[in-house]
Design a protein around this ligand. Structure first.
Ligand code: NAD
Ligand code: IPM
Ligand code: MN
Length: 357
């Protein structure tokens, strides 16, 4: 039988509440679709682990995670005890870099029955992907502080765009656009103001675009692009952006479909040399952690993305269908969707729909 080794890392805050619900759907899917899961649960990659060990990860984390088929991740960050840049650069951002997960794929879809905060939008009107560059760009380690603590203090952090890094994310995005009915790619840029790296990005988009004559392409500066996300979300099919632009767009997009609480993401190493990592778009949500009210759908949809990546396409589709069924019922929606369901109740509704489907 098909057999997958999965590292499970819940992390902090609501990560610890939604990951168990994601695991439940994974186990149900394994049972129904006849594959086996070897789940390896890890407490590292959390601020609790940091409090005990002074680091986010054990020294042998690569040896532990490299042989897995995928990493199922919750969320990291507890700024009350550990500064965010310490916890994130000590865990998630390390995984993305060291496992060369250069694609961050983040679907944005208005689900049937979910109240849309944008007037007059129907399911089908909003259905696109944000493809985010995930290993370089604005998230660089190049820079530093000069004359620290003095009036002359200067802080610099350079944006890094390598031809290899830009071209490989663009190729992924164009391939995805090519595979979709609309065959439309939008590039997020800011080449009017950021006058060195962003014109370079535009130039590489043009060069890559010539290899995809069937894909219609356009570009918007990031400022007006955010406006179009709100005013004309039906315009988009595949939106590709640098690390920071992709980060911003992938919270804005899901918010336009009702909540960031349902949004999944895949941090992919497409060549399969390293494990890919699957996590919801949202963070650890300290403001609601511990109350049992977090929306589990982002984590559950993430489970579907992971199964699709592993080749369990039927199971993945069944999970997404179950999410759609559950979300149609207002009683199955959590507070971020104006419902009253708890995390457990919302997840139970998806599990029931999965079992019935
Ligand atoms: P956040 O995504 O954690 O929360 C933003 C807002 O959305 C909060 O009001 C929160 O309650 C709400 N929200 C998020 N997920 C929800 C869900 N599933 N159901 C209902 N409501 C939900 O972002 P933030 O507040 O900027 O960050 C909090 C912490 O999480 C920080 O430490 C940050 O660095 C970290 N973070 C981690 C990741 C990650 O691990 N991938 C992503 C984003 C933020
Ligand atoms: C995300 C998060 C991370 C990012 C943070 C927590 C470093 O916002 O996964 O979108 O900026 O990539
Ligand atoms: Mn983000």
């Amino acid at each position: 039988t098909r057999h997958y080794r999965i590292a499970v890392i819940p992390g902090d805050g609501i990560g610890k509440e939604v990951v168990p619900e994601g695991v439940r759907i994974l186990e149900a899917a394994a049972e129904t679709f006849g594959f086996r899961l070897d789940l390896q649960h890890h407490a590292f990659g959390s601020c609790d682990y940091y409090a005990e060990h002074g680091t986010m990860l054990p020294a042998n984390w690569k040896e532990l995670l490299t042989p897995t088929d995928a990493i199922f991740f919750g969320a990291v960050g507890w700024p009350a005890t550990v500064p965010d840049h310490v916890s994130l650069w000590g865990s998630l951002l390390q995984f993305r870099r060291e496992f060369d997960q250069y694609v961050n794929l983040r679907p944005v879809r208005l689900m049937p029955g979910v109240p849309c905060p944008l007037a007059g939008r129907e399911p089908g009107d909003i259905d696109f992907y944000v493809v985010r560059e995930n290993t370089e760009g604005e998230y660089s380690s190049v820079g530093g502080t000069m004359y620290p603590g003095t009036e002359r203090e200067i802080v610099i952090q350079e944006t890094v765009m390598s031809r290899h890094g830009v071209d490989r994310i663009l190729k992924f995005a164009f391939d995805l656009a090519q595979s979709r009915p609309k065959k439309h790619l939008t590039s997020a840029t800011k080449s009017n103001g950021i006058a060195i790296t962003m014109p370079y990005w535009d130039q590489r988009v043009e060069a890559m675009g010539e290899r995809y004559p069937e894909v219609r392409r356009d570009k918007y500066h990031i400022d007006i692009l955010t406006a179009h996300f709100v005013l004309n979300p039906d315009r988009f099919d595949v939106v590709v952006g640098s690390n920071l632009f992709g980060d911003i767009l992938s919270d804005l997009g899901p918010a336009c479909t009702g909540t960031i609480g349902i949004a999944p993401s895949a941090n992919i190493n497409p060549e399969g040399r390293f494990p890919s990592l699957f996590e919801p778009v949202h963070g650890s949500a300290p403001d609601i952690a511990g109350q049992g009210i977090a929306n589990p759908v982002g984590q559950i949809w993430t489970a579907a993305m992971m199964l699709e990546h592993l080749g369990e396409v039927e199971a993945a589709h069944a999970i997404v269908a179950a999410i759609e069924t559950a979300l149609r019922d207002p009683a199955s929606r959590t507070r971020d969707l104006k419902g009253t369901a708890t995390t457990r109740e919302a997840a139970e509704a998806v599990l029931r729909a999965f079992a019935a489907g």
